[in-house]
Structure formats: C-alpha cells, structure tokens
Design a binder for this molecule. Structure first.
Ligand code: ADP
Ligand code: ADP
Ligand code: ZN
Length: 219
C-alpha cells in the first residue's frame, strides 16, 4: 500500500499517518519530521532549511526531493508507505512519479484531508508533542488522559514547534494555496484523488481513511 496524504498545515495528516502506520504496518514518511531532525542535528541541509521553515515558507524542491529519494530506498519502506507532507509542489509530484516508476511502485491513493483555513490557527497553535516518543497532542482536541503525562510512553516532557505560532501560520497557508493546492488536480487527473472531511473528530477521519484503504486493497 502506497498512500499520499495531502491537505493544509495542521489539517491532521501527521495524526492520521501515525494511526495508519500502526494499523497497517506502513511507514510514515514526513518530510517535516526529516527536516526538523536535520535542523536539530545541525547538518548542511538543516542549516539551509532552518530560516525557511521558521518563516513558514517551503524548503527548496531539490532538498526535499533528495531526502525522499534516499528514504524510500531504505528496506523498511518495502511493505509500503504513507507520504505525509510530500509532495508539496508540482515539481515534487513529478519527481515522485519518476522515483516510483523507477522502482515499479504505483500510488494506491492520494487523499486530501480537507480543512478550511478558518480552523487552522486553532489546530496549529494548540499542537504539542511528547519530547520522548513524538506522540502528537492538542490543548483542546487531543489532551493526554492524565495531564502532563504522555499516554503512549509515560513521558512528562513536551515540545512545541518553533513555526507553530499565529504569525507563521498565515505564511504556511499562503504557501499551501499557492504552491501545494495545484497538485490536487494533478492527482485528480490520474484518477487517484480522494477527499475526506478533516473537520470531523480524529476517530471519524480515521474511519473514513480506513474505508478508502480497504477499498484500494480490494482493487
Ligand atoms: P499536520 O500533520 O497536517 O500538520 P497534525 O496531525 O499535527 O497536522 O494536527 C494538528 C493538530 O490538530 C494536532 O495538535 C492534532 O492533535 C490536532 N488534530 C488532528 N486532527 C484533528 C481533528 N480531526 N480534530 C481536531 N484536532 C485534530
Ligand atoms: P505542517 O504540515 O504542519 O505545515 P510539516 O511538518 O509538514 O508541517 O512541515 C513543516 C515545514 O517544513 C514546512 O512549513 C516547510 O518549511 C518544510 N517542509 C516540509 N515538507 C516540505 C516539502 N515537501 N517541501 C518543502 N518544504 C517542506
Ligand atoms: Zn510519549
């Protein structure tokens, strides 16, 4: 199974990708996570990406295409993957096609998790993550069962992303509409685009995504 999750920043792609990863034994490939790891390690790529990410703009196609083409060649991707946050431009979508063709992989579905702009600031400014295991939470919509304790690993330290502030959200939404939304028709023309209502509660969105995956499995 090879899936692409599309949709705005804060729309719930990462949340759903993690759930589907565990449910179907797929690997979540998040270019955002990979870039944040590069920034944290202080690598060449990280130094180039840091300011661009903090400004809410897109990192260059060349960098992210390079990261993804290395990553999908690794052995854990053999059972299938969920792309989360890639592709984000038409050039990235075309480069992905070339990579997949070379490896004989076909995309089973490109799924847009649709959420209107008006809901995004609250989604993003309330987001936080367990510092130990990376589980995602939200101040209002997805609180840990016990306040201050990660439900997955018991960790008690949490972090918030440098770019998850109201000022940067608008730039990220602008980038989404100008550069990323144009890839929706690209996948529609290929006949693989599906839409789920991302305004529903997390479990409802998961249910719809699973229906799409089950449908794709039946072929
Ligand atoms: P993305 O990966 O698309 O940027 P996330 O999955 O990180 O988005 O979700 C952004 C924030 O919104 C997180 O704090 C998450 O807990 C919360 N969230 C995700 N999906 C939903 C949903 N369907 N309803 C309410 N909150 C959600
Ligand atoms: P979100 O979906 O919440 O915006 P991500 O973690 O996917 O967050 O991305 C965070 C930032 O990393 C983006 O704002 C952008 O600067 C950079 N980034 C991630 N993926 C890509 C990509 N495919 N192309 C260009 N920049 C990217
Ligand atoms: Zn944790």
């Amino acid at each position: 199974m090879h899936l692409i999750l599309l949709g705005p920043p804060g729309g719930g792609k990462g949340t759903q990708a993690k759930i589907l990863q565990d449910a179907y034994g797929l690997v979540q490939l998040s270019t955002g996570d990979m870039l944040r790891a590069a920034v944290a390690s202080g690598s060449d790529i990280g130094r180039k990406a840091k300011a661009v990410m903090e400004a809410g703009q897109l990192v260059s196609d060349e960098i992210v295409i390079g990261i993804i083409s290395d990553r999908i060649g690794e052995s854990d991707c053999r059972n299938g993957f969920i792309l989360d946050g890639f592709p984000r431009t038409v050039a990235q979508a075309e480069a992905l096609d070339a990579m997949l063709t070379e490896r004989g992989i076909k995309i089973d579905g490109a799924i847009e998790v649709r959420v209107p702009d008006g809901m995004i600031v609250e989604r993003i400014t309330g987001r936080f993550t367990c510092a130990k295991c990376g589980s995602g939470y939200h101040d209002k919509f997805q609180r840990p069962k016990v306040d201050g304790v990660c439900a997955s690993c018991g960790g008690t330290e949490f972090s918030r992303r440098a770019d998850d502030n109201a000022a940067t959200v608008q730039s990220r939404l602008d980038a989404y509409h100008a550069q990323t939304a144009p890839i929706l028709p690209y996948y529609e023309k290929k006949g693989v685009l599906q839409v789920v209502d991302g305004t529903l509660p997390i479990a409802e969105v998961t249910k719809r995504l699973k229906e799409i995956i089950e449908g794709a499995k039946r072929g």
